[in-house]
Design a protein around this ligand. Structure first.
Ligand code: NAD
Length: 269
């Protein structure tokens, strides 16, 4: 039984789970932080739509949830395509009737656009544009589609994945840093705009997390980077999921327009 199930406790029904009864949409749900969050959301009682460019991976995530007794669907999406993002939101509403929680998390790293280990003047224009298109415009498109539907159903909670790179500079990551600073700014602005509409908008700022995304940079500069982290280790995807779960739950009802570091102390040092 998942934590969010209704179960009998001493003769009376109890709703457990931080997200019991909520409908959630997660982009980047095929892998890493998105998958870990999808699994935790389901454990906490949410019905989950896992959306990703990698449909096979999203289907695997949904299957993992269903095997554990939860409810989930998988959706294919390219987050930089407005039509596909709208279709993703429509499909979620069709399946679950509403979107209560949205985690706009799909993203790419400099290595994915051929610009790893390059200082600002060496980034290609094509790589910079693709980075902005996926990591910044993609988040805006998702918010645009989600907020419209949340306004119709009385509210919701959105969490965007920013980064420590959305709060400070990171050498050789200029396009990524620009996009993530943009995500932090979009989050703050939307947090203000919808504060009286019962829609909360926050961002999580992960430090170095052990996922496929960090494999390349860790193999090149792992020791150097870990020396900058007070906790002297990488974070686990599940440790980001815990923050996202809280931000999507009613327990964070007075929290909006905020960015939360989950980084082993990186931003404090
Ligand atoms: P990951 O590579 O494991 O997962 C990213 C997922 O996003 C993949 O499943 C991928 O298919 C999907 N995706 C990529 N481009 C897409 C697109 N255009 N449309 C739809 N889906 C797309 O990486 P992760 O570490 O889980 O990253 C998740 C988020 O966390 C990203 O936004 C990333 O920038 C951010 N982040 C990660 C770290 C870290 O250390 N891993 C640190 C800070 C922020």
């Amino acid at each position: 039984m998942l934590a969010g199930d209704i179960h009998a406790d001493g003769g009376k029904s109890v709703m457990a789970g931080m997200l019991a009864g909520k409908a959630a949409l997660i982009t980047g749900g095929a892998n890493g932080i998105g998958r870990a969050t999808a699994l935790l959301f389901a454990e906490e009682g949410a019905r989950v739509a896992a959306a990703d460019l990698n449909l096979e991976g999203a289907e695997e995530t949904a299957a993992m949830i269903r095997e554990a007794g939860g409810e989930a669907i998988a959706l294919s999406v390219e987050v930089s395509d407005a039509g596909q993002v709208e279709a993703m939101a429509d499909a979620t509403v069709e399946a679950f009737g509403r979107i209560d929680c949205a985690f706009n998390n799909a993203g790419i790293a400099p290595v994915n656009v051929g610009n790893n280990a390059k200082r600002t003047h060496n980034w290609s224009e094509e790589g910079f544009d693709r980075m902005i298109e996926v990591n910044l415009k993609g988040v805006w498109l998702c918010m645009k589609s989600e907020i419209g539907r949340m306004l119709e159903t009385g509210g919701g909670a959105i969490v965007n994945t920013s980064s420590i790179a959305g709060l400070a500079g990171l050498p050789t990551s200029s396009g990524y840093v620009a996009a993530k600073h943009g995500v932090s700014g979009l989050t703050r602005t939307a947090g203000i705009e919808y504060a009286t509409d019962n829609i909360r908008v926050n961002a999580v700022c992960p430090g170095f997390i052990a996922t496929d995304m960090t494999r390349e940079v860790m193999s090149r500069r792992g020791n150097e980077l870990m020396a900058l982290v007070p906790a002297r280790r990488m974070g686990e995807a599940r440790e980001i999921a815990e923050m996202v779960c809280w931000l999507c739950s009613d327990r964070s009802g007075f929290v909006t327009g905020a960015t939360y570091n989950v980084d082993g102390g990186y931003m404090a040092s």
